[in-house]
Ligand binder design. Structure first.
Ligand code: GLN
Length: 211
């Protein structure tokens, strides 16, 4: 099976902008544009945003181009190299942190956390999209029910959010209710599921409740 065109070419478009990609990062998906749009619509300019699991940095870069202060984190040094290159390509001042989820972010607070975590169910890898078999497994394997990362992130994210801070997740079309329930259990409020133009659930968005 030949590698996806984006890897052979070394680049892909996201939000109508070019980005470098290589085999260390997930190829940016059109599906993720609704995540970026939702963040831009809901965050005031100059808000402090954390893009967790940044991969190629495409989300971080587009947000930074919209006048948001972005910190981008990833567990993979190789991915961070690509993300840095993309920030440079678009001349934005993103801060990069090597971090396994929150491990490298002690005591930091953000107005919003944005994340497109790995969410494909282990048993369904390659079932819908064969290209994914060329992509880094750590970027998309979400465990047996695809929810491993949502559980870990939702369990800790409150500590890293300012009062009234927001969380934005990309989700698979079938994960909306499950992620909503995880957020509700952790006392998040204003939980909304955002659909894409085809009417498929793509984003879950919520706010930290002020206690
Ligand atoms: N959207 C990708 C796919 O379905 C998966 C991305 C992810 O796990 N974050 O192939």
């Amino acid at each position: 099976m030949t590698a996806p065109l984006a890897y052979r070419f070394g680049g892909a478009f996201f939000c109508e902008l070019p980005f470098y990609v290589n085999k260390h990062v997930l190829i940016p998906r059109f599906d993720t544009e609704v995540l970026v749009e939702t963040v831009i619509q809901n965050c005031k300019i100059k808000s402090k945003i954390l893009d967790m699991c940044t991969g190629s940095g495409c989300i971080a870069t587009v947000l930074a181009l919209h006048d948001l202060f972005v910190t981008a984190s990833d567990v993979s040094r190789s991915a961070l190299r690509v993300a840095r290159k993309n920030a440079k390509l678009h001349d934005v001042k993103t801060e990069f942190v090597k971090s396994d989820l929150f491990s490298g972010l002690a005591r930091r607070k953000f107005d919003a956390v944005v994340c497109n975590p790995p969410y494909v169910k282990t048993g369904e890898i390659g079932k819908w999209d064969k290209n994914i078999l060329h992509e880094p497994r750590i970027a998309f394997d979400g465990g047996p029910d695809g929810l491993d990362f949502y559980r870990k992130i939702i369990g800790q994210v409150s500590e890293y959010l300012t009062n009234n801070g927001q969380i934005f997740f990309e989700i698979d079309r079938e994960q909306g209710k499950a992620v909503e329930n995880l957020l509700r259990e952790r006392n998040f409020c204003d939980i909304k599921i955002v659909k894409d133009k085809q009417g498929l659930s793509r984003v879950v968005h919520a706010r930290k409740r002020i206690l």
